[in-house]
Write a protein that binds this ligand. Sequence first.
Ligand code: BGC
Length: 822
Amino acid sequence: MLPQASTEKGAGMADDDESIAALLAELSVPQKAALCLGSDFWHTAPVSEHGIEAVMMSDGPHGLRKQTGRSADAGLRASEAATCFPTASALGCSWDTDLVRQVGAALGAEARAQNIAAVLGPGVNIKRHPLCGRNFEYFSEDPFLSGRLAAAMVDGLQSQQVGGCVKHFAANNQETDRMRVSADVDERTLREIYLPAFEHVVTAARPWLVMCSYNKVNGEYASQHRWLLNDVLREEWGFDGLVVSDWGAVHDRVAALRAGLDLEMPPQLGVSDRAIVDAVAAGSLDEAVLDRAAGRVLRLVLRARDRRPADMDAAAHHAVARRAAAQSLVLLKNDGVLPLTGMAGRTIAVIGEFARTPRFQGAGSSQVSPTQVDVPLDALAAALPGATLRFAAGYLIDGDPPGPTTDAGPSSGSRPATDAGSATDAGSATDADAGQAADAGPGGDLVAEAVGAATGADVVLVFLGLPPAEESEGYDRGHIDLPYAQTSLVERLAKAVHGTPIVAVLCNGGAVRTSTWDHAASAVLECWLAGQAAGSAIADVLTGAVNPSGRLAETLGLRMADCPAYLNFPGEEGHVRYGEGVYVGYRGYDALELPVAYPFGHGLSYSSFSYRDLRISQAGSADAGDLAVTVRCTISNTSDRAGHEVVQVYVADPAAAVARPPRELKAFAKIGLEPGAEQEVMFTLTARDLSYWSALHRRWVLEGGEFRVCVGASSRDIRLSAAITVPATPPPLPLSGISTLTEWLTDPDGGQALRGALGTRPDGRPGGILGSEELLAIIGNMPLATLAAFPGLGVTTELIDTLVAAVIERRAEATLGTPQRW
Ligand code: BGC
């Protein structure tokens, strides 16, 4: 029998280990095999004879999706009512770990109230390309920001004794062919871009579960990828929880078990369990491997047992959702029309079906049945007493007539259509064209009605967004434009209202192109899919009850073709090559010096802030593994309104041995400042923050020398910067016959061995081939083994063997075998 759950952390784990070991000794191989698969779509397997109950997992990252009815059913059926929090695409823009922790705790409380052992989220896959249909479920294009926010979410969930399950491990950055495609990514790119968010969550927040992805990584299914699941996740990062498959990601149960996948969901009953039992009987699967996996499932059961009951406080959680949404909205543009104050007695036109029929969440496994939904139109009416609101739908959400700004994108699985050839790019469509096209289509009456409502108004609020069918789990988008019915409506309104300010309010999961129409708007508020309270949060920000403080977690490019991953998305014939390498998002836009619509980190406030007094100091050293670079600066609120600033720290290594992005986010803080107040902020950077992943050395390398530390309000709005010099000893080169003569000579050990072996001439010059500068310049790039093939140079295979042995000996007691400390 399993004991009751231990409450003390350290001692408890040890007790649990003992009782799990004792129980495993009592279980038969078929019982242990059964534990390694679920018993239905959402539950682990019970072993009633031994008092082991089944525990339940549920989606999702943005609100609980506990399915009702028969749980053996698959599919996306109705779920219990739950608070729909902002999606990760919105929360990512909060840049606020405390806030995300509170959302996680509220979600955890709801899960506990529903007796859920673990919530299947958060998703920390990197937004490699704006077309990914599931981008609304992911935080950012940046691994540092994604990792910090996801760890806060897991902290919050687990503070309620509900497991977090970080997903989808790894390199699941598209929906096209997601069940099979091989993400072909070099190790440096994996280490610097696609793995760090997982690494941070695992090491800092210790999630109970990690979910492997469907796709292959460099030719091997993630579900049976030993390097990912065992070598990196467990051995390097010390993960001690349960690895669960994405739903249906297992192809070979025994291979997956050997590679480190503990739990298959949903179960292939009678197939996977039998395969495990047979493999143990045949001696091809070590029973110890089965014991470890079954033991981890038992630990999840123990962790979920006997938790205190929790309340589902719907009203309080709605308030959390509203606060979270309000802190996440990003004010992209504002010529001063916002906030809307003094509106009593004025007329506001509210245009756009999305104002009345809000879109606040995405489709697929994260879809929630909300406890209530705040409608923007109603929330605005309540927030603007005395103002007259005139509503007109303007367009049908799903009824876009064909138009020039939207390419007919192919369905998932084929190459996406480009967004070139738009009205602006082609310069061919005039306002009149736009108007005529809209008038001629099925939306003509709606446009006329919207123009009527806007005419004579003091302000025009126009709600725009992506129709739900354009983005979802399961497929990628075909283009990044808003429906033509909407963009043409903006142009038409601008023409009709002659200078009356137009405020665009955007609701979309993935990024949309703004550059073709936002010249017609005085202000643009990007709301993403901000959960069930989005309507109130939008009213809060538009009226100034909340000062906007969201910052973009991804770059909004001018054209899709500018996206660094453009030429390599979504791949073909079963492979997607991550050809842009580490140049994802702003790393690529900045390296290519491309203009963008709105840069990573950008977002306006109704306050203004100034930055001063950058001070940087160093303690410890890279060589000793305890380098700490302290960055301090002072931020002042120079306005008469309280507000939040997101202070961003980027690091650059301008002269590096490998190609590095011009700047990379390595720290941030969101601080609240009263009018006129100032605050010193402090950040600590470690050696890892300055390092790159060396493919040559297969480790992080901090290249000693000069770095630039930049502090700013976006990746393109650097307010302060300074150079620092950080000393570090280069790692010894692995020297062999294939290393060049120059590599041998520049390495301290190799150079000494080679010079010693070739001796000195009577005139004091180096012996053999080392004596001629001219010759050295010509043969310096040749491997020693090649030189050995040329007679008369004095390099032989025997000499190379001697040199390699000498270097190995010299380094034997030196640092080479020392494990890396960061
Ligand atoms: C999704 C996961 C989800 C699972 C269970 C899969 O299709 O990729 O994110 O947790 O289904 O619904």
